[in-house]
Design a protein around this ligand. Sequence first.
Ligand code: AMP
Length: 214
Amino acid sequence: MNLVLFGPPGAGKGTQSSLLIERKGFNHISTGDLLREAIKAQSDLGMAAKKIMDQGQLVPDDVVIGLVKEKLASKPEASFIFDGFPRTEAQAKALDALLEDLGRPLNKAIFLEVDHKKLTDRLTGRRVCQKCGATFHIHASPPQKEGVCDVCGGELIQRPDDKEEVISKRLEAYMNSTAPLKDFYASQGKLKTVEGEGEVEEVFSRLSQEVAST
Ligand code: AMP
């Protein structure tokens, strides 16, 4: 089964994907994570992407499509959850073509819906472990010890693109390029909407029901 999980930045895509992987055995393709890995490795691709990401803009389609293609080729038989990809119609069409080649079409595109007023607070309060990638929120889900990851003891940092001045750019990119994907997937009959507000476990329970009915 292949699922796209999409929504505005701060909707909880990463958190909910982690739970789907842990509890339902999905494999994960997060283009944001793949780009951050490239930045850590200081590759040319990573360095070019960092400049764009730090400004809250979208990385070019051919770059992210290339990353997804590579990752899919490494596990062609697996069930994938696509997190943060596609973000444009060109990416959505490329994903359809890649999955068609594998004979494993996309089953559903699940839109995580959250009131836009809540997104900035979710993003500015987010803290991420530099070592293992676990995510916390300074108010909603704080770590036991400030600045230290509960999972691995690594240092918690604020992502450079979670700073307030970058968030408005990310929301703008979302509105212009990604929100129209709702119509794209609705026209394929694959769009499902899940309410993304409330406790993490509540959202996960709604999401699981949607996944189970696939
Ligand atoms: P995320 O971790 O999904 O919030 O992504 C962080 C940033 O990486 C985004 O704001 C974009 O700059 C870039 N990015 C991630 N995925 C994509 C994508 N599918 N298309 C273009 N840019 C992306």
